[in-house]
Design a protein around this ligand. Structure first.
Ligand code: ATP
Ligand code: MG
Length: 303
């Protein structure tokens, strides 16, 4: 897939528009390979006179290449945690380092660059743009990233092929099944080949077959070396991950490796994809040229 080359190049530089990786305090220095590091994170929401402590002292490290599932009852703080990890919100107290960059020091513009470059989001409700083709939906973040139309079209088609939907590229979301819409959303999330995928209940609106398909794709993405963090209410879905974190009442309740994930089952699901997410990339000169446009021109696009 062409987009792999994009990600490699993106990951190669770890500063964004002058954002320097801030030195971590020695006592909290996470492992070198950490992608996500939260240190005693609290999130307090205030609505009128009511204060809700959605997160209460979360300390957590996720290393590069991990597949982590997060479970917990409704209201326990899972989505709040995800919004902080995804740089959509900042902790009220505590620190968050993404790829060793301290997120608190970033302004809105820098945060949007980080999100575009490093993170692919998948949500329960797909969040596709209505009355807009699957292809255009997948192309959108590539446009934000500053890719030229021809190249972003090529990459978007590759991403749709990776989720088995290249024959539906001209369909608008309302003409696709729920599972297909989620696969388009995943194509959009992986198109720029971010090192980190955050999925908040990606199978919450899907039947079991569509859920397996979606999890097969996420597994493939993980197997090709990416980091995946997944929120789910379903133990079967969590079992695709290698590590299970349980959140209760805004606190980390448990954090354990998953020993018995259904490897055989997952392999057969992945194998059923004619066009799985592949690391066999055809890198062309055009790709390499376009890669340098990502991020660097994000400012212009957003201005
Ligand atoms: N923007 C907000 N403003 C005020 N309170 C909020 C906000 N977002 C979440 N909360 C509160 O924070 C707590 C945690 O919410 P969160 O959405 O993180 O839960 P969750 O674990 O994702 O639940 P679910 O499984 O139902 O999605 C809840 O009590 C919720 O009411
Ligand atoms: Mg939630």
């Amino acid at each position: 897939m062409v987009s792999i080359s994009v990600g490699r190049k993106l990951r190669a530089k770890n500063t964004v528009s002058g954002i320097q990786n801030s030195p971590l305090p020695a006592e909290s220095m996470p492992e070198k390979r950490s992608v996500i590091h939260l240190e005693n994170v609290y999130k307090i929401y205030q609505t009128g006179d009511l204060k809700v402590a959605a997160l209460r002292g979360i300390t957590l490290t996720v290393n590069k290449g991990e597949f982590v599932a997060i479970m917990g009852s409704s209201g326990s703080g899972k989505s709040t945690l995800m919004s902080i990890v995804g740089c959509l919100d900042v902790p009220t107290i505590g620190e968050y380092y993404l790829d060793s960059i301290e997120v608190r020091q970033l302004d809105e513009r820098q945060l949007s660059i980080i999100r575009n470059r490093k993170i692919g989001f998948v949500f329960q409700s797909f969040n596709l743009i209505p009355r807009t083709s699957a292809l255009a939906n997948v192309e959108l973040p590539l446009a934000y990233a500053g890719l030229k139309p021809k190249l972003r079209r090529q990459i978007a088609i590759s991403a749709l092929r990776a989720v088995g939907l290249d024959d539906r590229k001209d369909h608008i979301p309302s003409k696709l099944s729920g599972g297909q819409q989620q696969r388009v959303a995943i194509a959009r999330a992986i198109a720029a080949n971010p090192p980190l995928i955050l999925a908040d209940e990606p199978t919450g609106n899907l039947d079991s077959k569509a859920s397996e398909e979606v999890m097969g794709i996420l597994s493939r993405f993980h197997q090709s070396g990416r980091t995946v963090v997944l929120i789910t209410h379903e133990p079967d879905i969590a079992s695709y991950a290698d590590r299970l974190i349980r959140i209760s009442d805004g606190r980390l309740y448990s954090d354990e490796p998953i020993e018995t994930h259904h490897k055989t089952k997952h392999q057969s699901i992945s194998g059923s994809y004619a066009h799985g997410v592949s690391t066999d990339t055809e890198v062309t000169a055009t790709d390499v040229k376009a890669v340098s446009a990502i991020g660097d021109s994000t400012e212009d696009i957003r201005a």
